[in-house]
Ligand binder design. Sequence first.
Ligand code: CP
Ligand code: NVA
Length: 303
Amino acid sequence: MKKDFLSISDFSREEILELMQKSAELKQKRIDHVTHHPLKGKSLGMIFSKHSTRTRISFEVGMFELGGQALFLTTDQLQLTRGESVEDSAKVLSRYLDGVVIRTYDHADVVNLARHASIPVINGLTDLNHPVQIMADLFTIQEKLGKVEGVKVAYLGDGNNVTYSWMLAASVMDMHLAVACPKSHQPEMPENMGSLGKVELLEDPMEAVQNADVIYTDVWVSMGQEDESEEKIKRLQPYQINQKLVDAANDGALVMHCLPAHRGMEISSEVMDGKNSIVFDQAENRLHVQKAILEALLSPRKQ
Ligand code: CP
Ligand code: NVA
């Protein structure tokens, strides 16, 4: 049976820990220049209807490094935008490809694609969630702190797709997540929340960062929501990650951002370039973690 990765809750805690272990092995192999081609001869389709730097490049390079190839397919060039249904497209793509990554707006389209495809479908971001990002974030925290269980993450800013996946991850991996957003921009509450850890929704950013091991933020205006920007930016000003908020967290608290960043808005340049920031290690880890996910989903199943 094929397995999709549409949401953090598609993997159990044990499977996530195994993927993190595999990511560490793949990272070490790359450092040691060890060739590893488990996906030789396989093709990954990458359907994107939104911009991307990290997701696109890390999946393309990752697939190449695993011995396969990736095809970057923008929706404006596919028959999908000329009326071919998601269902028919899923059936056709399944005849050529070994897996698909899709980045789009409506999460329901990704669920529909996965339902009608006989190959694994990986969610590369929707308006609802961003699970591959949060898998890489978990790995990065594990790498830096030696564990994820019991770690307190303070998420500040807009309650969005990244927040949603973080809420799920904290509840599956036994973490403490304090989300601080204005009431008007709180995140959607995920279905299938795990039963572990603690997820708090707060309004006060100072309260959220108390005893935090990690302070996390994302853009204030997500792709496709550009018309909300002016009003939102005003309300979100107190949630900027700046030195004052970093100083209020635990000593040495890690600063994370999924990127792209808008310096001077959700994060100050001083903090982004400061000693607590691990944003570029976090970006690099997208490659290692997505390779682990590709290998797990696209390799022939062990009997
Ligand atoms: N963080 C992230 O998904 O970046 P891109 O939008 O550049 O892919
Ligand atoms: N919340 C952002 C994440 C970008 C990686 C967006 O959806 O645009």
